[in-house]
Design a protein around this ligand. Structure first.
Ligand SMILES: Cc1cc2nc3c(=O)[nH]c(=O)nc-3n(C[C@H](O)[C@H](O)[C@H](O)COP(=O)(O)O)c2cc1C
Length: 374
């Protein structure tokens, strides 16, 4: 069996100890600097026997021990294995954005505070120091007091002011018409910009760096009147949904959202992913990874405002079980990866939530407290 060093590696010092991490698998190894020679040696595929000969100045036991530790930490991979193939895929598809792009993989599938912890217990996970001030002040500077905002009665501004994150939903279905409006308005193509250099570039309601539009969206329809329960890929070019095989349920929906139980009441989830190559192809610097994330924010705000205008109850969450979602969507999680989930349900009766005038939240105080711990 031949072994090869994982290419998805970074090394750093922590508390005076050298740490080597496989950022794809998120396994970290507290290494003796001498182990780096072994890692370096295995960048060409070799057998353990080869290494024992190469490092014959050391005892066989110590060399074999380091190799076993490196295998355990997934810093040495079996040449030709599935893990090796994933490592290769990161190299081939993310090359221009590495090593900085390792951040994307290092922050996937993070552990979450369990949903059933009490507010008091969650509070204990926060730093003991006071929260930083919410607003910045600049001492000693000249001040220009602005007049009060006069646009509050305009429907556009009313919609902006009425947007809130919802976590309670009425039981009914949302209409396919509204789901279509959400998809078309947020992810649909309004037209094309014809360019000599890049051919036709889609134009959407959200801006996109270089009009590359890396975002894709998948609909989990749970309670949509006129559409079978299921998982669908939205194809903006033809304004159509393509059904995927995965099973869906309210439980699966909250599972995707790191077990946040309130999202199991949603009528539909809109799972946002990015095809990184679209942006990377034009922007070969890792900074463009920021662009991909920023664009997901643009899309989500458009989604939330559209839902608000339709009188629906929107929400968004970045607390996701990335690998679970990617498996169900049939994604490798490398060339295309989940970034963000938005959703809608019906506004519960009597909540007064839809398009209400600007002002204070009407959530009961206890709910508000819990919300702040998201
Ligand atoms: C990127 C992002 C991630 C969020 N993740 C969660 C989440 O995991 N769960 C949740 O209940 N709310 C989540 N929220 C919603 C915030 O908690 C909410 O926006 C905030 O409390 C302010 O309330 P508002 O949206 O009603 O103005 C998220 C918001 C953003 C922008």
């Amino acid at each position: 069996m031949k072994l090869r060093s994982a290419t998805c590696q970074i090394a750093y010092w922590e508390g005076g100890k050298l740490q080597v991490a496989n950022y794809l698998t998120r396994r970290t190894f507290s290494a003796n600097p001498a182990a780096l020679d072994v890692i370096g040696y295995f960048f060409t595929p070799r057998t353990i026997q080869d290494a024992l000969v190469e490092f014959c100045a050391y005892s066989r036991e110590s060399v074999a021990g380091v190799i076993l530790q490196l295998i355990d930490a997934q810093l040495l991979l079996e040449y030709g294995s599935a893990e090796w193939a994933r490592d290769e895929l990161v190299q081939s598809s993310w090359k221009p954005w590495l090593p900085e792009g390792g951040f994307h993989f290092l922050t996937k599938d993070t552990p979450y505070v369990p949903w059933d912890w009490t507010v008091e217990r969650k509070m204990k996970t926060l730093p003991a120091t006071p929260a930083p001030p919410q607003f910045k002040t600049i001492r000693g500077a000249d001040v220009v007091q602005l007049p009060p905002d006069e646009n509050a009665s305009d429907l556009f501004f009313k919609t902006l002011h009425a947007r809130r994150t919802h976590r309670e939903f009425a039981k009914g279905k949302v209409s396919l018409k509204n789901v279509t409006t959400l998809l078309q308005t947020t992810w649909g193509v309004q037209g094309y910009l014809h360019t000599n250099e890049f051919g036709p570039l889609p134009q959407k309601t959200s801006p996109s760096g270089g009009a590359r539009h890396p975002g894709e969206v998948y609909l989990m329809a749970l309670r949509v009147d006129g559409l079978e329960r299921g998982l669908y890929h939205y194809q903006p070019k033809d304004n159509r949904l393509v059904r995927l095989r995965a099973k869906v349920s309210s439980r699966v929906a909250s599972g995707y959202c790191a077990d946040q139980l309130y999202f199991s009441g949603a009528a539909a989830l809109f799972i946002m992913t990015a095809v990184f190559a679209r942006t990377m192809w034009k922007y070969g610097r890792a900074r463009a990874y920021r662009v991909v994330l920023l664009e997901a924010g643009h899309l989500c705000q458009t989604f939330c405002l559209t839902a608000t205008r339709l009188g629906l109850a929107p929400f968004s969450t970045a607390a996701l079980r990335d690998s679970l979602i990617e498996k169900d969507l049939g994604l490798d999680g490398i060339t295309e990866s989940v970034l963000y989930v938005a959703g809608v349900g019906l506004v519960p009766r009597g909540s007064g939530a839809a398009l209400r005038a600007p002002g204070n939240s009407r959530h009961p105080a206890a709910r508000r407290r819990a919300d702040l711990l998201r």
